[in-house]
Unconditional design. Structure first.
Length: 66
Protein backbone atom coordinates (compact mmCIF):
# COMPACT_ATOMS: atom_id res chain seq x y z
CA UNK A 1 0.00 0.00 0.00
CA UNK A 2 1.37 3.38 -1.01
CA UNK A 3 0.73 6.56 0.94
CA UNK A 4 1.18 10.29 0.59
CA UNK A 5 1.73 10.88 4.28
CA UNK A 6 5.15 12.51 3.90
CA UNK A 7 3.86 14.80 1.15
CA UNK A 8 0.85 15.86 3.22
CA UNK A 9 3.06 16.51 6.25
CA UNK A 10 5.26 18.76 4.12
CA UNK A 11 2.27 20.64 2.69
CA UNK A 12 0.97 21.26 6.24
CA UNK A 13 4.45 21.95 7.66
CA UNK A 14 4.24 19.15 10.23
CA UNK A 15 7.05 16.97 11.56
CA UNK A 16 6.48 13.30 12.25
CA UNK A 17 6.36 14.21 15.94
CA UNK A 18 3.79 16.99 15.36
CA UNK A 19 1.48 14.63 13.48
CA UNK A 20 1.97 11.85 16.02
CA UNK A 21 0.95 14.14 18.89
CA UNK A 22 -2.12 15.37 17.01
CA UNK A 23 -3.45 11.87 16.41
CA UNK A 24 -2.24 10.19 19.59
CA UNK A 25 0.48 7.81 18.37
CA UNK A 26 4.28 7.68 18.58
CA UNK A 27 6.63 9.28 16.09
CA UNK A 28 7.90 5.79 15.30
CA UNK A 29 4.39 4.77 14.22
CA UNK A 30 4.29 7.65 11.74
CA UNK A 31 7.74 6.67 10.47
CA UNK A 32 6.77 3.03 9.90
CA UNK A 33 3.56 4.04 8.11
CA UNK A 34 5.45 6.45 5.85
CA UNK A 35 8.00 3.78 4.98
CA UNK A 36 5.26 1.28 4.13
CA UNK A 37 6.26 -1.17 6.87
CA UNK A 38 2.97 -0.76 8.73
CA UNK A 39 -0.59 -0.36 7.48
CA UNK A 40 -2.66 1.72 9.90
CA UNK A 41 -6.03 0.70 11.28
CA UNK A 42 -9.12 2.23 9.71
CA UNK A 43 -9.56 4.55 12.70
CA UNK A 44 -5.96 5.77 12.48
CA UNK A 45 -6.18 6.27 8.71
CA UNK A 46 -9.35 8.31 9.20
CA UNK A 47 -7.69 10.46 11.88
CA UNK A 48 -4.74 11.17 9.59
CA UNK A 49 -6.96 12.03 6.62
CA UNK A 50 -9.11 14.31 8.78
CA UNK A 51 -6.00 16.10 10.06
CA UNK A 52 -5.05 16.94 6.47
CA UNK A 53 -8.60 17.66 5.30
CA UNK A 54 -8.53 14.93 2.65
CA UNK A 55 -10.10 11.51 2.16
CA UNK A 56 -8.47 8.23 3.15
CA UNK A 57 -8.38 7.33 -0.55
CA UNK A 58 -6.34 10.46 -1.27
CA UNK A 59 -3.86 9.54 1.48
CA UNK A 60 -3.56 5.78 0.85
CA UNK A 61 -3.59 3.88 -2.45
CA UNK A 62 -3.64 0.14 -3.03
CA UNK A 63 -0.81 -1.23 -5.13
CA UNK A 64 -1.10 -4.15 -7.49
CA UNK A 65 -0.99 -7.29 -5.38
CA UNK A 66 -2.42 -5.70 -2.21
Amino acid sequence: MKNKLKIQRAIHDLTQDDLAKRIGVSRQTINTIESGKYIPSTALALKMAKTFGITVEELFQLEEGD
